[in-house]
Design a protein around this ligand. Structure first.
Ligand SMILES: [Zn+2]
Length: 146
């Protein structure tokens, strides 16, 4: 199970998967994880500190799942953002594109700065610094840019 999680993290990070492939890997992994969590231990331990070993295994698996979930979410987010990004030929020079670039660029390391999330949340009617959620003054349009 841990190896499966590792493999999914590797695939979504290193390979150029389609968003739907990534989503399926994620679903299948989450399903398998749910089965492991509910089901029997992966292998019967005949050792004394059986409980402790089980606990440690569970903990390691939980950590593995956290990093894999992050890798999946990250990969999907970039895929969706890149797909939605209009072509921008003005960036070609800066990005040192090969001749004949159509202006479509794939980003993989967007740095929004520390405040972008706060500003986006305000757009959704949430002011974190006020300590409580304001009511939306206007409905947020689907697809509205932050
Ligand atoms: Zn370009």
């Amino acid at each position: 199970m841990r190896r499966a999680a590792e493999a999914v993290a590797y695939l979504v990070t290193e390979k150029d998967l389609r968003a739907s492939q990534t989503a399926w890997l994620f679903m299948e992994l989450e399903s398998a994880y749910a089965w492991v969590e509910d089901g029997a231990p992966e292998q019967p331990a005949s050792v004394e500190d059986e409980d402790e070993i089980m606990q440690r295994k569970k903990f390691q698996l939980a950590l593995e799942m956290i990093s894999t979930r992050f890798a999946v979410a990250n990969s999907l987010a970039y895929r969706i953002i890149n797909d939605a990004m209009p072509p921008d030929p003005e960036l070609c020079e800066e990005m040192e594109c090969p001749e004949g670039c159509d202006g479509k660029h794939d980003f993989s390391d967007i740095d929004c700065g520390p405040d972008a999330i706060l500003e986006s949340l305000v757009e959704f009617g949430i002011d974190v610094e006020e300590g409580e959620y304001r009511t939306l003054s206007h409905p947020v349009e689907d697809g509205e840019a932050p």
